[in-house]
Design a binder for this molecule. Structure first.
Ligand code: ATP
Length: 245
């Protein structure tokens, strides 16, 4: 579905990604883990067309998309939920969702998708007429994800969905990502909350200073010494698993 090879990116003279490679297969939930400033958001920006990479290739559904503008990437079926959520605060929940469906060709398709989105987020159905600004932080994150789902994307990109949310809201959001995964959705998730991310992901990559340093099945990575010590704050107790780079 998505294959990223040797991705390099910079902001002006500040190089942030130094040859990051990873892939997401159809139906997988894949997490990119890393500390503050490791370059996780930058990876998503490059994939979504918001930051043209310096070098490397990004293949999405067998087509090269590196350097395509964001609207063309979106048209190919890739939806980004940015960390800042970027919903329209003065519009109702319903209006925000309809905007998310604008790439769909038929109104019938939009309404069918809306009905499906409401089954995933019943809270949004209850709040359909409320303006987005009056939603709680957790509900705004739900709306941002729901709006992205309204385009029926082939691949959902989630940037730090847990940031700034109360624990119960985080639980709800991650529960939804898990449900989507069980329904066959393909998701690339960027997260600082390593513990939660490894609970819902099938596979994960660890990014350090713009380089992938480790990858593997999520349940193997939970036991990897680097992950246990540096990201989970746990003592090292078991032999290494996963593929060190
Ligand atoms: P966080 O979890 O804090 O969001 P991250 O892993 O997502 O971290 P990025 O946001 O990708 O990290 O940032 C990687 C590096 O690039 C950081 O050192 C950051 O300061 C720098 N950076 C990010 N955006 C810009 C920008 N617009 N201009 C200049 N430097 C930037």
């Amino acid at each position: 579905m998505l294959e990223v090879r040797e991705l390099e990116a910079a902001y002006g003279k500040i190089r942030v990604l130094w040859g990051a490679s990873f892939r997401v297969a159809a139906g997988e939930t894949v997490a990119i883990l890393g500390a503050n400033g490791a370059g996780k958001t930058t990876i998503l920006k490059a994939v979504a067309g918001l930051l043209p990479p310096l070098a490397g290739s990004i293949t999405f559904r067998d087509q090269e998309i590196a350097r395509l503008p964001p609207h063309q990437v979106a048209r190919r079926g890739l939806a980004l939920v940015p960390e800042g959520r970027e919903i329209f605060p003065d519009m109702s929940v319903y209006e925000n969702l309809l905007l998310g469906g604008r790439l769909q060709p038929s109104r019938r398709g939009v309404m069918d998708t809306l009905a499906w989105v409401y089954t995933i987020f019943p809270r949004l159905r209850e709040r359909a007429r409320q303006t987005a600004a009056t939603l709680s932080g957790g509900e705004q994150q739900m709306l941002a994800i729901a709006r992205a789902l309204m385009s029926r994307p082939h691949l959902l990109l989630l940037d730090e969905p847990s940031t700034g949310l109360a624990p119960t809201a985080v639980e709800t959001i991650f529960g939804v990502v898990k449900t989507l995964g069980a329904q066959g959705a393909t998701t690339l998730l960027v997260e600082q909350n390593v513990h939660l991310a490894l609970e819902i992901a099938d596979r994960a990559y660890v990014l350090e200073r713009g380089r992938i340093v480790l990858d593997g099945e999520a349940r193997q990575l939970r036991d990897h010494p680097l992950v246990r010590e540096a990201y989970l704050g746990l003592p090292v107790s078991r032999p290494p698993a996963g593929n060190s780079r």
